[in-house]
Design a protein around this ligand. Structure first.
Ligand code: TMP
Length: 221
């Protein structure tokens, strides 16, 4: 094992409830006495948050390759300055989106080469391999209607990716499912159309099973 920590990611389409579930899981694990670092992509560092503004804003036209390279720059800095140090300090790291979002959005939605993205990503993540991907699966119509009901992110109009239409989001969903089928031992696919409580119960159980398997003990016990 390259580091003593545990790395969990949340993935899913728009309106799948990842951010809510990532926060709940973080609070739950902290309550059990674990040291937890919660972060997000794109973002999580000052540069990452600036890149997030460019990526989610609708001012600049970007090709899937250009999007991927910007996400990758933010990812490289997040791994180097946040994720790897936390894993080396035996933390559980919860990341709200990680590289499977590139595979789904830029690969599935944008038709960028998977081989190319996997090669770049391998160089970025190095030994910060995922222990578990919590894929919150929701039918795009349902997810997108949750976003518009909320008035878009931060109460603003919909962002670059929300605005791409339901066909794009179907391809994103299919690509996430393909990622899960390719590595079933690393993924928990959870039906995100259920209530927040029901989804959380599945999330919690899947995460605790991985912690047990890895033998990670709460730091305060
Ligand atoms: P979110 O944090 O609200 O989910 O918004 C991030 C958006 O960025 C979301 O629409 C998915 C998209 N995204 C990609 O297209 N590729 C990526 O690699 C990542 C991390 C996010």
């Amino acid at each position: 094992m390259a580091h003593p920590g545990v790395l969990l990611s949340f993935e899913g389409g728009e309106g799948s409830g990842k951010t809510t579930q990532a926060r709940r899981l973080t609070d739950h694990l902290k309550g059990l006495g674990y040291a937890v670092t919660l972060t997000r992509e794109p973002g999580g560092t000052p540069l990452g948050e600036r890149i997030r503004e460019v990526l989610l804003g609708r001012n600049d036209e970007l090709s899937p390759l250009e999007e991927f390279l910007l996400f990758s720059t933010a990812r490289a800095q997040l791994v180097r300055t946040v994720i790897r140090p936390a894993l080396e300090a035996s933390h559980i790291v919860v990341v709200d989106r990680y590289y499977h979002s590139s595979y789904a959005y830029q690969g599935g939605g944008g038709a960028l080469s998977m081989d190319y993205m996997q090669a770049v990503t391998a160089g970025i993540v190095g030994d910060c391999a995922l222990d578990l991907v919590l894929l919150l699966d929701v039918e795009p119509h349902t997810g997108l209607s949750r976003c518009s009901y909320a008035g878009g992110k931060d109460g603003t109009a919909s962002d670059r990716f929300e605005g791409k239409g339901v066909e794009f989001h179907r391809k994103v969903r299919d690509a996430f499912i393909s990622c899960a089928q390719a590595e079933p031992e690393r993924f928990a696919v959870i039906d995100a159309s259920e209530s927040i409580e029901d989804v959380f119960a599945r999330v919690r159980d899947a995460a605790l099973e991985v912690l047990r398997a890895r033998g990670l003990q709460p730091s305060s016990k």
